[in-house]
Structures are given as C-alpha cells and as structure tokens.
Design a protein around this ligand. Structure first.
Ligand code: ZN
Length: 177
C-alpha cells in the first residue's frame, strides 16, 4: 500500500478498498493544493486580512481538513463521493444521512466553513475567511475551474454574511480574480 510521505503530515489510516485509497489520495491532493495556494497567494491575502497572524495561517494550512481522516468523516464521505461497485446496492437514504452527519461533524470542527459560524450570524473571523478562500483556490486548481466564476453562482455566496462577502470580494480582487 502506497501511503503519502510522513513529511507531508498526513495521518496514516487503514485503507481497505480501492476506493478508500482513491479518496485518501484525493484528500491529500486537496491539502497539497491548499498549501500551494498559500505559497502562491498568501503574501497578497495577508495584506487584505491584516488581522490574520502568519504563524496561525501556517498552522491552519498545515492542519487544513485533517478531520476528513477521522472515523466520523472518512467513510461517510468516501461512500457518498466514491462508492465501491458493491456498495451501489446500499440504500441511498442511508448513505445520504451518514454523509449529512459527517458534513455536520466537519463544519462543527472546521471554522473555515461559514456554517460553523451560524450562531454568530455567519460573521467569520479574518483567519477563517482567509482559509476558506485558500480552500476554494485549491478546489479550482483541482477541477481546473475559475474560482471567481464558481463563487459568483455558488450557494456559498447567497448565504454569506454581507460583511464577510465584502471581505471575500476584496480578497478575490486583490489576487486578480
Ligand atoms: Zn473543509
């Protein structure tokens, strides 16, 4: 079994099936892209998010999405996005319900999602917005899509606190998007 280099800091977890490995690799690739996005755009984004400490952002980028490797998230996400041939018979509602719980676990434990801040009216901290944008940039690297185009039609935008939206707009403009 191929596991990612320990130097990259990815947790080693049991991978039983082919799709487990595919999904594991997907998470690692995503985290690598978040790190790349920080290397590429961090300098500019630090000028926009002046309240974000560099040492904190480095730490955030390093541990980004680590909870995706947890028992609460790994299998439910994997079954939802990367089902095995043999799992296609599983009741879809069951898979969806498990995924909903896993997503709730994810945003409860990760403040780079606006859902985490619902009790604060969606008013996210600068560091959380910064990390959220790196998350989107990483996604657009993976899917080779345009971050701004995606954002403009996204549900993320529709649900966003206006103060957060204003900062997001400023940040995307600053990095030329
Ligand atoms: Zn996340």
């Amino acid at each position: 079994m191929e596991v990612s280099s320990v130097n990259e800091g990815f947790p080693v977890i049991p991978l039983h099936t082919e799709m487990d490995k595919v999904y594991y690799e997907y998470i690692c690739e995503h985290i690598r892209n978040v790190r790349k996005a920080y290397t590429r755009y961090g300098g500019i984004l630090h000028k926009v998010f002046t309240g974000a400490k560099q040492s904190h952002m480095k730490q955030r980028v390093w541990i980004h999405d680590t909870s995706k490797f947890s028992i609460s998230e790994f299998q439910p996400y994997r079954k939802f996005f990367y089902p095995e041939e043999s799992e296609l018979g599983i009741v879809k509602d069951e898979v969806k319900a498990e995924f909903r719980d896993a997503w709730k676990h994810h945003y409860t434990n990760n403040d780079h999602h606006q859902e985490h801040w619902s009790a604060q009216n969606g008013m996210m901290s600068d560091e959380a917005i910064f990390e959220m944008i790196l998350d989107w940039l990483a996604m657009s690297m993976y899917f080779e899509s345009d971050c701004r185009e995606w954002f403009d039609v996204s549900d993320e935008k529709k649900e966003m606190n206006p103060h957060v939206l204003e900062k997001v707009e400023r940040a995307l403009t600053a990095i030329g998007m």
